[in-house]
Design a protein around this ligand. Structure first.
Ligand code: HEM
Length: 126
């Protein structure tokens, strides 16, 4: 398996671990205030990064590697940076709003890179 897919799987697994620990903490403390941030870390991190890694693994040698690393960088930074910023915003720190906006645009840019990778794979499809 390529290092690109392994990078996606590693980042995704770590997001899943932290996201689940976050969920356990919310359950234990009965404080669910930050649940949207927990949900975004799990879905943008654990689920999306793992799906993207699986896509590049399936492409194997036909994967667009440079674009894949751009995709990885944007999607990973977007997922990891958005979660704490969103949690702080939910806790009443209004100054976090622009950071949440910027990090959500980074995550969105990562998705654009992934869509381009998917479309470019059509050229090499059997
Ligand atoms: C150990 C594992 C997990 C625990 C203990 C946990 C715990 C929680 C808790 C306490 C809430 C707040 C519920 C509420 O106040 O309405 C929540 C919400 C949520 N979690 Fe998790 N979670 C876990 C894993 C996951 C995973 C793996 C995902 C996604 C892949 C996920 C996605 C969500 C979503 C989307 C919500 C928001 C649901 C809503 O709109 O009410 N969670 N979770």
């Amino acid at each position: 398996m390529s290092r690109l897919s392994m990078a996606f799987f590693t980042a995704g697994a770590l997001c899943g671990l932290i996201g689940m620990a976050w969920g356990v903490y919310m359950g234990a403390t009965h404080d669910h205030t930050t649940f949207p941030a927990h949900a975004h870390l799990n879905l943008l991190g654990w689920v999306s990064l793992f799906l993207m890694g699986g896509f590049y693994a399936l492409l194997g040698d036909r994967a667009p590697v440079k674009l894949g690393w751009v995709n990885f960088s944007l999607s990973t930074v977007g997922a990891i940076a958005m979660a704490p910023a969103l949690a702080l915003l939910l806790k009443g720190n209004a100054g976090m709003e622009p950071i949440v906006g910027i990090t959500s645009l980074i995550a969105f840019a990562g998705m654009i890179a992934f869509v381009i990778a998917v479309l470019s794979a059509w050229r090499r499809a059997a």
